[in-house]
Design a protein around this ligand. Structure first.
Ligand SMILES: [Zn+2]
Length: 66
């Protein structure tokens, strides 16, 4: 059994001990990382956005021919 245990929590991002200034994280980096996860957790950023920019004849952009 060890002596007095530190009451500090561990950083949820990397597992290091938290730093008071960035609680409950260990650094500003982990803090922003967690924030980033929150912001991007809901949806996925489209990667192939300019894939259908032009070149692909989409029936949507075309006027309906009847
Ligand atoms: Zn961390």
């Amino acid at each position: 059994m060890a002596t007095a245990k530190p009451r500090r929590r561990k950083c949820p991002i990397c597992g290091k001990l938290e730093v008071e200034a960035f609680r409950p994280f260990c650094s500003e980096r982990c803090k922003s990382l967690d924030l980033h996860r929150w912001l991007t957790g809901g949806y996925v950023i489209p990667v192939s956005e300019d894939d259908d920019e032009d070149g692909q004849p989409d029936s949507r952009s075309k006027p309906p021919e009847d």
